[in-house]
Design a protein around this ligand. Structure first.
Ligand SMILES: [Mg+2]
Length: 112
């Protein structure tokens, strides 16, 4: 399943979306932050323990698995706000390409 589209992923991910729907925005936002926190903690431990340990690559792989959890929450949050995940990905790439063309990749603010 290496070539799944964003739309397919979003549809399949929804099959495992079991949570209180009346609190969907809160639940999904907290879940996304929690999974991002799991990545941050694993990255912190990699920095602490160094790259020369024999379990280094296994720990990198574990971060990859957490990225999947982040992706699930992104897909479900996108669905919650009635947006297609692929459209969000396209829009983001367009935004970044525009910033690059205008030499505005660095700096602050959502509307650079
Ligand atoms: Mg996780």
């Amino acid at each position: 399943m290496s070539d799944i589209t964003a739309t397919e992923y979003q549809r399949k991910a929804a099959e495992t979306a079991i949570f209180p729907k009346e609190k969907a925005l809160e639940y999904l936002t907290l879940g996304l932050a929690g999974e991002a926190g799991e990545i941050a903690n694993k990255a912190k431990k990699l920095i602490r323990d160094g790259a020369d340990r024999e379990d280094y690559h296994a720990k990198l792989n574990a971060i990859g698995h957490e990225l999947g959890d982040v992706l699930w929450y992104c897909a479900m949050l996108a669905k919650e706000v009635d947006m297609n995940l692929g459209r969000i990905m396209d829009d983001n790439l367009d935004k970044l390409a525009d910033r690059k063309a205008r030499n505005r990749l660095q700096g602050d603010g959502d509307n650079r």
